[in-house]
Design a protein around this ligand. Structure first.
Ligand SMILES: C[S@@+](CC[C@H](N)C(=O)[O-])C[C@H]1O[C@@H](n2cnc3c(N)ncnc32)[C@H](O)[C@@H]1O
Length: 241
């Protein structure tokens, strides 16, 4: 199985086009994932069209086209709860001058991502094993990042509590969501008040193949975050802000 080449989808939906070399890197990543997925259940999204839309397109759609990002800068980016490497890996391929940290609490997943980084020669990315609640307190990671990405890790206020501690003041957190409800926005705003953040943009997209609705929620870190955030392991999920 190979990834399909729908040449138009990138331009039509994101007004952007990957290079031939980037397409080849994505194909290589796909083949690596399919191979390893036979031994370890890394992702359920393996059918080529699904992989293209739900892993590649979705990962990129969260960051491409943001006028508040300077793409030329060497941004420091963290992907929290990266799982099989999404959204981090496709972004690391497209922005080789960004420095990515792919973080997950599951050692098995991080070990596999290390293999992918080697196979794809992605020298701009490093991995880290641990819980966001712990790593967010380590000086090497706390308030060090320009951009924090988080997809399918928890409800929005939990994601905010995980991401904000990693961001520098002025940094941007990107929450990848499917549907987006008014109630979620109210809860997120309440959490952001405590976390020194502000909701700056909600972008709605239709996915290019299945025409599903996706939302990307952008939050900015406005002030330094109180020392006690993130709260201890498990508390953000058990008792969301
Ligand atoms: C459903 S998977 C999503 C993976 C990937 N972001 C994606 O969208 O395909 C959630 C991942 O978050 C990780 N995770 C959950 N809670 C975490 C935490 N508190 N700190 C770090 N990783 C966490 C899990 O180990 C898992 O790999």
């Amino acid at each position: 199985m190979q990834l399909p080449t729908f040449n138009d989808i990138w331009q039509d939906s994101l007004q952007w086009q990957p290079t031939q070399e980037q397409l080849e890197q994505w194909e290589k990543l796909y083949q690596e994932i399919i191979l390893i997925n036979r031994q370890i259940n890394l992702t359920r999204i393996t059918e080529p069209n699904d992989f293209l839309e739900k892993h590649l397109w979705d990962s990129l759609a969260g960051v491409i086209g943001l006028d508040f990002l300077n793409y030329e800068d060497s941004l420091k980016v963290v992907d929290i709860g990266t799982g099989a490497g999404f959204p981090g890996l496709p972004i690391s391929i497209i922005f080789p001058h960004w420095q990515l940290t792919l973080l997950d609490s599951t050692r098995k997943k991080i070990n596999v991502i290390k293999l992918f980084l080697e196979a794809l020669k992605l020298n701009n990315s490093q991995t880290f094993i641990g819980r966001a609640e712990d790593i967010g307190h380590i000086p090497e990671h706390r308030e060090q990042y320009d951009l924090g990405l988080i997809r399918a890790v928890g409800e929005p206020s939990v994601c905010a509590e995980y991401v904000l501690p990693f961001l520098k003041v002025g940094g941007i957190g990107v929450l990848y969501r499917g549907n987006w409800q008014k109630e979620e926005e109210i809860n997120l705003n309440n959490a952001l008040k405590q976390l020194g953040g502000k909701l700056i943009l909600v972008k709605q997209f239709e996915t290019p193949l299945t025409k599903s609705i996706r939302h990307f929620i952008y939050v900015e870190k406005i002030t330094n975050i109180p020392e006690y955030f993130p709260r201890p392991v498990g508390i953000p999920k058990q008792n969301p802000l």
